[in-house]
Structures are given as C-alpha cells and as structure tokens.
Design a protein around this ligand. Structure first.
Ligand code: HEM
Length: 184
C-alpha cells in the first residue's frame, strides 16, 4: 500500500491545525470521554439502525452489533488519549479502521454522515453540560482526522486494486479519472 499512515497523520494534523493545545485539552477531558462514550455509542448505533442500508450491514453477522458497540467505545476513548500521543500507533490504528470499512463495502456516503452524527451528538452533550468551546473544537478536529483516514483508505484501496488488476501506471489511471470526470 502506497500510503504511510504516520506521514498521513502528520499531514492531516497540519491541515486540520490540530496542535499541542488541542491534545492537552483532549487529555484533560479523557475521563469525561470515558463517562459519555457509552451514551455516544447508543446515539451512533441508533442512527445507523434508522438507515435501511446501514442497518442491513451492521446486522449482517451474528454478534456484530455488540462487537461494534465495544469497538466504538474504545475508538471514542482513544480520541482523548491519542493512544501514543497521536503517534505511529494511533496512525496505524486509524488506517486499519479505514481498511476494515473498505473491506465491508462502507463508502463515503455512509461514513461521512456517521461521523457527522458523532460530532452533532457530542456537541449537544457539551452544550448541555456547559463545557468549554475548546473541547468541542479539539474533538471536531480529531474526528475529521479520523474520518480522513477512512476516506483515504477507500481511495487508496480502490486505486491499488485497479492498478494491480490492469497493470496500468498511476499516471495513466489519474489521466483516465480526469477524463472520466470531464465526461460526467
Ligand atoms: C464515524 C464513523 C465510524 C467509526 C469511527 C467506526 C468505528 C469502527 C471501529 C473502531 C471498528 C472496529 C475495527 C476493528 O475491528 O479493529 C469498526 C468496524 C466496523 N464498522 Fe464502523 N465506524 C464508523 C462508521 C461505520 C458505518 C457508517 C458502518 C455501517 C454502515 C460501520 C460498520 C462497521 C462494521 C460492519 C464493522 C466490522 C464489525 C465486525 O464484524 O467486526 N461503521 N467501526
């Protein structure tokens, strides 16, 4: 795979203006994150269950919904701790989450509204509890970085599969995409 998760993480941190102050804020609220994670998981999965297509995916396999609830809570908590201070392990973990979603066939049309749900519900909770604006901003940034990983995994896996199957060069593939976009 051409993407280096650690480099991608650094690029996204720069682009999202995610800095030391955001990291300090998230760490300071790590305990709060643990206390609200289960409630956020409830919002998240009831949102997915209201959409027939997403509901079918999450109920496809026995025990999936329970597994998903547990992994969501872990994922949510990791946004506050950064696992290894948002280093290589964090980047690898987020990349792996991206790949899992691509494998299951979950695309941008599913993931973007799902992440918007997390941001919306967390914002409501913060407002209800009168928490500071800096936490909402820091959480919004890290959610968008995590979202970028899932989205980028989709692009990387799709292009890699086409290149491997056809033997085309990356340059030719980019030209074909540009031409294709011009004809739509
Ligand atoms: C905000 C966006 C999302 C986040 C943060 C998220 C988080 C996660 C995490 C942490 C895992 C576990 C990965 C692992 O096993 O290491 C996972 C797996 C999975 N997610 Fe998501 N997810 C998101 C969106 C979605 C959406 C929109 C769907 C369904 C339409 C979905 C369905 C699944 C499924 C089916 C699995 C695999 C479960 C299994 O059988 O083990 N996810 N997700």
């Amino acid at each position: 795979m051409s993407l280096n998760p650690s480099e991608f993480m650094k690029t996204m941190e720069n682009r999202m203006l995610f800095g030391d102050e955001d990291k300090a804020t998230l760490k300071a609220y790590a305990e709060w994150g643990t206390t609200v994670a289960s409630e956020m998981a409830d919002h998240f999965y009831s949102y997915l269950q209201r959409d027939p297509e997403m509901n079918a995916i999450i109920n496809e396999k026995e025990g999936r919904i329970e597994r998903l609830r547990a992994t969501f809570i872990e994922w949510f908590h990791e946004m506050f701790t950064g696992i290894d201070n948002w280093g290589d392990t964090y980047a690898q973990n987020r990349w792996k989450i991206g790949l899992i979603h691509v494998r299951i066939g979950i695309g941008p049309q599913h993931v973007v509204p799902a992440m918007a749900t997390v941001v919306r519900e967390v914002t409501k909770k913060l407002q209800a509890e009168g928490k500071g604006e800096e936490l909402r901003i820091a959480l919004g940034k890290i959610c968008m970085i995590d979202l970028s990983f899932i989205e980028q995994a989709y692009v990387e896996v799709s292009s890699d599969a086409v290149l491997r199957e056809t033997g085309w060069t990356a340059g030719l593939f980019r030209r074909l995409i540009a031409t294709g976009a011009g004809t739509m």
